[in-house]
Design a protein. Sequence first.
Length: 192
Amino acid sequence: MTSNLLDPRTALVVIDLQRGVAAMPVAPHSTEDVVARNVELARAFRAQDLPVVLVRVSFAADGSDVPPGRTEQPMRGTPPQGWDELIDELEVQPSDIVVTKRQWGAFHGTDLDLQLRRRGVTGIVLTGIATSIGVESTARAAHEHGYHVVLATDAMADRDADAHDHSVGKIFPRLGLTATTKQVLDELSTRA
């Protein structure tokens, strides 16, 4: 089945729903709402035998693989134990693809593109935290790699509501299609 929203081989790509990130205050959607919508999406994708990619950010204990560039807001301190573990609510399945990134985006320095192409994926639905950082960086790279990008904007949030709104209103329409979780679920439910 082909539509204007989802390709026949579309993967769900969930960005940074891990303990340390999910513990941060976010807006405009609560973490609980973002998690619940991602759980719904993951279950629906699995039910259709479509790939579910769970992306997490992590670094070596000694910090040797933290991006070295000078920034005005560098990473501070050592993250707590377990901060990089995917949240239990995602119900990680053996069929899921787990990608560990060391940058904002999920493509650079990972095998995400290879994993998607080997499975014949031509489109992705992006979700997660934070909208203007991990999600937007991954959306940009996905667009550059030639994937059809759908951004489930109510299944993502940011530490800053204005940053979320800027990504959703100004950047995402140039990278793909924006949709709600319900629109994606409705489309998945019509597949034979």
